[in-house]
Design a binder for this molecule. Sequence first.
Ligand code: ZN
Ligand code: ZN
Length: 368
Amino acid sequence: MDIHQLYQEFVNKVPHIELDRRELMDRNAPNKSTRILLGESSNVLNWNDVRFPWSYGLYKKFLGNFWTPFEINMQADKKDFPLLTEEQQDTFLKIIGLLSFLDSMQSDYSADISKHLTDSSLNALMIMLAQQEVIHNQSYSYILASVEQTKEAQDKVFEFWKHDEVLINRNDFIVNGYKPQVKHPTITDMLVSIIYDVVLEGLFFYSGFAFFYDLARHGKMVASATMINYINRDEQQHVRLFTEIFKAIKQDFPEYDVPELKALTTAIFKKAAELETTWSHYIIGTRFPTIDVDELAGYIRFIANVRTKQLGAEPPFLRQETNPMEWIKVYAETDLGKTDFFEQKSRAYTKTDDTFDDTEDIDLGGLL
Ligand code: ZN
Ligand code: ZN
């Protein structure tokens, strides 16, 4: 069955409940929300009185991970870029074009989701997430300004997504997954849009990330890859927030926790992995001897499986239980701590602003 049929089966199985914008304030409601959607909530935020125990931890994580492109010195990349092969330059710019499209859409989608959550702490986290997407977008402009001198060349990168067939297919997949929720929000379509969100934040960035990490492990464009690594780290927390929200909606509205939703999740990730693999063949393929395209396809299947499980469904690729792309772990698993590649090798010398000391863990005191 294709995704459209599975979506229809899910729609037919569950109630049709529309969502409205949350009230700005409600004097008669408690500060701690009663339900994640359509709940009672005064809309006042008091971190000592929130419903989900994980939300404050995630808030601290968001603050602790805070960064801006201004911290990164691009001088070395500026010298590296003209030394890259023409194919490397072309792929580099096309990936920047794709990422900037995805992050632009993502700021808007997350801001839209935040309006419907009847929980002031989750609204706060969603607004922070949206702000981080804006910073991600700045980083692409920042990279481009460093490597491409002319405005015309930069404009071309930001126009690319409008005309490239492979990219259009891939981006439309997400746009069509988000649209029903953004146009006429319902609980059904919010759940479905969150599956697409996890595709965007948890899968569709990853072959692009792999290309940057491959350059960095060969000592090229390390400052750009450092930014990509920070974006990667942010996206992991974004996936965490959305998967927790997905779980909480199913807990508050158990009538939506049906096998049809699981089947749809698996099918969406199967298709998403196909699109990501097509894209990676197109953009990376066999053009670069240091990236094995079959290994990359296995890596994409592996991530699709992980994300599907995070959403409580069966993984689509039964024979892909491990990550075949060994070398990427040290770059992509950003929670490995302060000993990772970028912390050790590049952050020390790319720092330009001594007033921001990220080597210290941010401690907000024992509020919770
Ligand atoms: Zn982002
Ligand atoms: Zn994100």
